[in-house]
Design a protein around this ligand. Structure first.
Ligand code: NAD
Length: 461
């Protein structure tokens, strides 16, 4: 693809922003200019929403099996382009090519999973209290879906929304993160090459408060599905909520990993390292709090700090992100690009800002607790509730934790992350508004249920 300019993709065509303005996008790994990105505004959103609105009825008229077949074609095309897609992701995020490949594969798998759902678009049938009546439920599309996403795993973030969105018969307007414009642009082209009709997937590039806000505020957008920070999510919920649009929010986390006195410490250290520092800690599910029983604290701490010193988390996404982390106590590395050292804080009060706010970087905090009850109370003290993990040999502790940890995902003896296309994913409290993405649960976001009453013998009712 042409790396110099990343335009919008509207109604099957690449177009610059109507203002003619461009943003600069830099490579996180060395700070050099990667590309210029269309700086879109309300006029561009208007055009994209109109294109989606025009394209949606014919798309929804196709059978869901046919729409699933197209998801499969897109996934197959992505597989052909795996190297190119992964190289784009590596360049725009700074993550290693292997990690980018893994994410490309995850995005492809979501396409295959949703393709299969085209043949399992089940509703229910039931009787009624009135005679000669059967009732069945069918899924119907919502119309135009406005999709806004974070930069952290750009291709899966697109795939988790676009595949279920189009499978259910919606047309989409996607606003990717301004930090990862190129992978979304390439994917839109892939969709078109695979045969997706023009206007079913549109991409409007640009900044959140400009292009993103215009999409959220547009009265003809039926669903706003957002993955990003709680602060932005709160504004989106208020704004789209005023016109009573359907709103799905997948937000941040301050996820805790608990190490009990009966834990396998080697496994706990491995899990904590990957959870805290992989993807430069830029995961909604990263372990930014590590809660360790007093009796194993010193042993765990020594091993964890030694391993953290050798860990290369990769760069964070931008100069702004780097400055936020340095202000919280991380050390900037002396090299071009946006690099900070993996950072472990201790002796921090559970109600300190750094304990409560999501920092979205390779920074984690160690806490010392007496026992299970104190650990659980600390886990649940967060305003967030996305994921949580416990390391223990006790099935009783594990089950108790699974029941009582306030989180949408719980892991026993592993990291705080580990979602897959067939598993519902989402959080409680300020981590979301109760929807689950991925899995068959995602179909509930992108469709509405309709209940159809069938009366077999009107004369005898
Ligand atoms: P962000 O909220 O800054 O931005 C997310 C998206 O919203 C971007 O496309 C951005 O341009 C847009 N945006 C920003 N302000 C906007 C506005 N006023 N109106 C409309 N759109 C706006 O978040 P980020 O820094 O890109 O991502 C990090 C956050 O995402 C973290 O909180 C992380 O936990 C969360 N996240 C959650 C999940 C999940 O599944 N729960 C997954 C990945 C990331």
């Amino acid at each position: 693809m042409n790396w110099e300019q990343v335009p919008n993709h509207v109604d099957g065509k690449d177009v610059p922003a109507q203002s003619g303005e461009w943003l600069d996008k830099h490579r996180p790994a060395d700070g050099s200019l990667l590309c210029r990105v269309a700086r879109s505004g309300a006029a561009d959103v208007e055009e994209a929403v109109a294109a989606a609105r025009r394209a949606q009825p014919a798309w929804a008229e196709r059978t869901v099996v046919a729409r699933g077949d197209l998801c499969r074609e897109i996934a197959l095309a992505m597989r052909e382009q795996r190297d190119e897609l992964s190289e784009i992701v590596a360049a725009e995020t700074g993550k290693p090519l292997d990690a980018a490949r893994g994410e490309t594969d995850a995005a492809i798998e979501m396409g295959f999973f949703m393709a299969g759902e085209g043949r399992r678009f089940y509703g229910r049938t039931t009787t009624a209290s009135m005679a000669h009546r059967q009732v069945m439920s069918i899924r119907r599309p919502l119309g135009v879906a406005g999709l806004l996403i974070s930069f952290n795993t750009p291709l899966p973030n697109v795939a988790w929304k676009v595949f279920p969105g189009i499978l259910c018969g919606n047309a989409c307007v996607l606003k990717p993160s301004e930090h990862t414009p190129a992978s979304a642009h390439r994917l839109a082209a892939t969709c078109r090459e695979a045969g997706l009709p023009d206007g079913v997937m549109n991409v409007v590039q640009g900044l959140g408060p400009e292009a993103g806000a215009a999409l959220v505020e547009h009265p003809d957008v039926d669903l706003v599905s957002f993955t990003g920070s709680a602060a932005t999510g709160r504004w989106i919920n208020e704004t789209a909520g005023r016109r009573l649009a359907k709103v799905c929010l997948e937000l941040g986390g301050k996820n805790a990993l608990v190490v009990c006195d009966d834990a396998d410490l080697d496994n706990a250290v491995r899990s904590a390292l990957a959870s805290a520092f992989s993807n430069a800690g830029q995961r909604c599910a990263s372990a930014s709090r590590i809660v360790v029983f007093d009796s194993v604290y010193d042993d765990f701490r020594e091993r964890f700090l030694a391993a953290a010193r050798d860990y290369d988390p990769g760069p964070v996404i931008s100069e702004d992100a780097l400055e936020r982390l340095v202000a919280a106590g991380a050390e900037r590395l002396d090299r071009p690009g946006y690099w900070v050292a993996p950072t472990v804080l201790e002796d921090v009060a559970p109600d300190a800002d750094v304990s409560c706010a999501e920092l979205f970087g390779p920074l984690t905090i160690l806490y010392r607790v007496r026992d299970f009850d104190e650990a659980l109370a600390l886990v649940n003290a967060s305003p967030y509730g996305l994921t949580a993990a416990i390391h223990t040999a006790s099935i009783h502790r594990a089950m108790r934790f699974a029941e009582l940890a306030q989180a949408g995902v719980v892991v026993v003896n592993g990291g705080t992350h580990g979602s897959e296309p067939h598993m519902g994913f989402g959080g409680v409290k300020q981590s979301g508004t109760g929807w689950r993405e991925a899995g068959v649960e995602a179909l509930d976001v992108y469709s509405d249920w309709k209940y159809v009453n069938l009366i077999s013998d009107p004369e005898r009712v």
